[in-house]
Design a protein around this ligand. Sequence first.
Ligand code: BGC
Length: 370
Amino acid sequence: MRSKMVALMAVGLLSLGGTAACTDDKSDAASPGGGTTRGGGGGKVGVILPDTTTSQRWGTDDPKLLKAAFDEADVPVDIQNAQGDKAKFQSIADDMIADGVKVLMTVNLDSGTGKAVLDKAKAAGVKTIDYDRLTLNGGADYYVSFDNVVVGELQGRGLVKCLEAQNAVVPLVADLNGSPTDNNATQFKLGYESILQPKYDDGSFIKGPDQSVTDWDNKEAGAVFTEMWQQTDRRIRGVLAANDGLGNAAIEVLKKDKMNGKVPVTGQDATVQGLQNILAGDQCMTVYKPIKKEAEAAANLAIKLYKGERPTAPKRVKDPESGAYVPAVLLDPTAIDKKNINVVIKDGFVDKKAVCAGRFAALCRANGIK
Ligand code: BGC
């Protein structure tokens, strides 16, 4: 795509407008989880989501809930997904800017490419919102997310609770961290280490292997955890996994040695898979982040910017790289274990039918899932 753009630029075709020149590529950009309203014109809000493989949310929840929020306000929106491809992320942004979007909302795949996009948007007079992930040194106009340090604290406390419930004796704890290029992963880790470190310090837990998973890749997580498991002679007795996908990767490895359920594993996102792993007893907890509220808060800001207003935000966060403050909305996460799965279902975030399908029907009944 990029090389095509460059080639087109070289022959002076780009003056036709990004839209006409890139029709073919744009059609695959609108694949799963798109919820895309397209066509030329511009004067829309552009949204770029990161991938469809690292968490259920990006292909399912966020596009659906964002679309609903914009539709409700009758504001045209173009929601696309970069499918984990940084070049595609940038070319979608180029096309949206060429199309004349007024506001651009992005979930970056890393801060470098994220910042390049924000810079171009700003140069074109487009207002910008960092959605869920802060782009370091990016200088977006607004940031909408959860309190991600609190997310990590809930994971740390959840793991401690599960280990204590099992009367685990000086357990060896492994960390499967999120992507090293995602500022959220840094924040989650700050949160869970603040809970786990005192346990290492007082000798009640032992610090085990600690690794980040490139781009939150679930397959890589499986390989990383296999290595951890083998290198420790299968002595890991607790896994702090930064989201449900990474947690599931660890659970799959534990299953091979029938150690699933005996080694508590954490997660995040309250995905159908994560909740089912909890019901099965293989996952100790997840963190529910009400994406509807996040989507609505971000859409609300975008709609005001689209209408030429200058909305205020209740908080601000400091960009650790630039030192600048970004006006922010930060929402509250909730810890979920077997006892309160109903919170997620009652909120309409996951469908009971999906969670309680097949062999999970009996587990749902046994656990009072309504
Ligand atoms: C999001 C999580 C998600 C992860 C992997 C993070 O930035 O906050 O909800 O699980 O990325 O996609």
